[in-house]
Design a binder for this molecule. Structure first.
Ligand code: NBP
Length: 476
């Protein structure tokens, strides 16, 4: 058999796995690799991994024999049943204290079950979010690990070495322990939920400039480039600017104008929305962003509906670009604050529900670099939670409440204009409604309580005395 020489093993040589292996090797670690289809292992070893400290196994037994103890084995395989299959195939070769790490996009409830299952066998399990796509995996992703706490010191050095770094000296890793069982995968799930909202809000801003102001992609490119220098400075704004200037190699025209308006999704947005509904946490902007993708997917139905119902007017000639573009900027910024506030509200509720003791300031920092939602703005979120760890809602932190009060009217102006001309910007609308509802001391739900009591004797509470009341509504 082989000499155990590898510091860590990785199973799953697709896009993410290959790049993580190269990243680990570059940081000085010897990595063992395995892939279900062994031709991919050979291909990798003879190409990208050639002459590097990367060794491969054709069988799981051989792969495991390459690893130093306690063994650390990271999965980067398709989320779902593939993970359970791999666990079962691997277990016969592992010893107590060994560590299995699932770096895929697992559903957090599956991770909760897997941590329990593996710990009962005397081994350890980490479920970790990895964000940043191919580029992040290769040069520094954001890593959000959770699970068996005793496994963290064993993998901390490798994980923090390969993660993105932020701070003035680029020495603060975007990787830290998140919490027990499914906490790491949960935080990754909410990251993706916020990512959906961020992307939708940016797309809506672009859409307003295109449809309402009649601007061309290169003009909109310049606006996003400018916005990336201020409070909106973020990876998603930057790539939006890049996208808008890209030319189609065939037609030499702007590529964005040839891309079908039909967005796909892999499910993390839906998981975030479902869990928020389960926990009773209002995250309307995040949910709306998921709904918007579903609506976009109905391309054929929309084409038909345009013929039957007519297209909205979409353009108002008396709006000046100079005065409206700053309003779009401020509307995007306020909506962004409100969507992050909702995401952190969800984290707070989940932390209580699942007993995780999540550290919100630290999570904001994990997302500061490497991941898709990385943004300057997260620095302020970190500050807000460090100043007041029991902050009820991000919108109440002085930095954010001041911004909301300052730009609220601009969001209202943008939303009302879009409603008047029929340009759908649902995530902006939801953000504004969330803001208005959240700061309204007396809402309309007294009527709902009365209706529920009327037809179902569900009882209601009163404003003037404590207790639970029922009224015979139909009696004189
Ligand atoms: P994929 O999600 O496309 O998975 C492909 C890998 O899974 C291949 O190595 C494949 O082996 C292996 N696999 C499958 Br499929 N079924 C298997 C099974 N039953 N047993 C063992 N191996 C199996 O790869 P990816 O896009 O690199 O993503 C990996 C994980 O990272 C996923 O969970 C994904 O959600 C997550 N993630 C992806 C990104 C991204 O940007 N792509 C970002 C962040 C997280 P084979 O070669 O034999 O088919």
């Amino acid at each position: 058999m082989n000499t155990p020489q590898a510091d860590i093993g990785l199973i799953g040589l697709a896009v993410m796995g290959e790049n993580l292996v190269l990243n680990m090797e570059e940081r000085g670690y010897t990595v063992a690799v395995y892939n279900r289809t062994s031709s991919k292992t050979d291909e990798f070893l003879s190409s990208k991994a050639k002459r590097k400290k990367i060794v491969g196994g054709h069988s799981l037994e051989q792969f495991v024999s390459l690893l130093k103890k306690p063994r650390k084995i990271m999965f980067m395989v398709k989320a779902g049943s593939a993970v359970d299959e791999m666990i079962e195939q691997l277990l016969p070769y592992l010893d107590k204290e060994d560590i299995i790490i699932d770096g895929g996009n697992a559903f957090f409830k599956d991770t909760i079950k897997r941590v329990k299952y593996i710990e009962e066998k005397g081994l350890r399990y980490i479920g970790t979010g990895v964000s940043g796509g191919e580029e992040g995996a290769r040069h520094g992703p954001s890593i959000m690990p959770g699970g068996s706490a005793s496994a963290w010191p064993e993998v901390k050095e490798i994980f923090q070495a390969i993660s993105a770094k932020v701070g003035t000296n680029k020495d603060i890793p975007c990787c830290d322990w998140v919490g027990p069982n499914g906490a790491g995968h949960y935080v990754k799930m909410v990251h993706n939920g916020i990512e959906y909202a961020d992307m939708e809000l940016i797309s809506e801003s672009y859409f307003l400039m295109k449809k309402l102001l009649g601007m061309q992609p290169d003009d909109i490119h310049k606006i996003f480039l400018e916005w990336n220098k201020g409070v909106l400075d973020s990876y998603l704004i930057k790539i939006t600017a890049d996208i808008l200037k890209k030319r189609d190699p065939h037609t030499k025209k702007f590529l964005i104008d040839f891309i079908l308006d039909k967005a796909g999704q892999k499910g993390t947005g839906v998981w975030t929305s479902q869990n928020a509904l389960e926990l009773g946490v209002p995250i309307p902007t995040l949910i709306e962003a998921t709904v918007a993708r579903s609506l976009s997917a109905l391309k054929n139905e929309r084409l038909n509906a345009t013929k039957v119902l007519g297209a909205p007017k979409g353009i108002e000639t008396n709006i000046s670009r100079e005065s409206f573009i700053p309003l779009i900027h401020n509307a995007l910024y306020t909506s962004k604050i409100l969507s992050y506030a909702q995401g952190f509200q969800l984290l707070r509720a989940a932390s209580n529900e699942y007993g995780w003791d999540l550290q919100y300031g630290r999570i904001a920092y994990l997302w500061r670099g490497g991941c898709i939602i990385r943004a300057q703005f997260l620095e302020e979120i970190k500050q807000a939670y460090e100043t007041k760890p029991d902050l009820q809602n991000l919108v109440l932190a002085p930095y954010f409440s001041e911004a909301l009060k300052k730009y609220e009217q601009d969001l209202r102006e943008v939303v009302s204009t879009s409603l008047r001309v029929g340009i759908p910007i649902p995530a902006h609308c939801s953000s504004l409604t969330y803001y208005d509802a959240y700061r309204t001391a007396v809402l309309s739900a007294n009527m709902i309580q009365a209706q529920r009591d009327y037809f179902g004797a569900h009882t209601y509470e009163r404003t003037d005395m404590p207790g639970s009341f029922h009224t015979e509504w139909t009696k004189e």
